[in-house]
Design a protein. Structure first.
Length: 125
């Protein structure tokens, strides 16, 4: 039995009710239609607002702005404004956001195997 399985089983014994599930707190922070794709893009490199918008088709500017503010408020994203004309703002993962790398990689791999039907596709970050 791996240490991860042992830890998961131990945690399951502690959390008996669905309302006590710690995964719910994680989903509150990274869940929703746009948060995961934004985090995914920021895992590759710090990115400017306009670049994020171009990379995520179908996302309204207002929604992108609100989502980035939520991720910033939760400590996942850092917003850096440069004192330039025209203004330049860059977003990157915070140290707390960086801890999501293995979680995002696991979810990506799970999706590729179990939803997309890809075999032998594992990404490492």
């Amino acid at each position: 039995m791996s240490p991860i399985n042992t830890m998961a089983e131990k945690d399951l014994k502690i959390y008996h009710g669905a309302d006590e599930c710690p995964i719910t707190a994680t989903i509150d922070v990274i869940g929703g239609k746009w948060k995961a794709p934004i985090i995914w893009l920021l895992m590759k490199s710090p990115t400017r607002f306009g670049e994020l918008h171009k990379t995520i088709p179908g996302m309204a500017l207002k929604v992108l702005s609100r989502t980035l503010k939520e991720l910033e408020a939760d400590g996942i994203v850092i917003r850096k404004a440069y004192p330039e004309v025209p203004p330049r703002v860059e977003y990157s993962l915070s140290p707390k956001g960086e801890t999501l790398r293995p979680v995002m990689a696991l979810m990506s791999n799970w999706s590729r195997v179990h939803i997309m039907g890809e075999v032998g596709t594992e990404e490492v970050f």
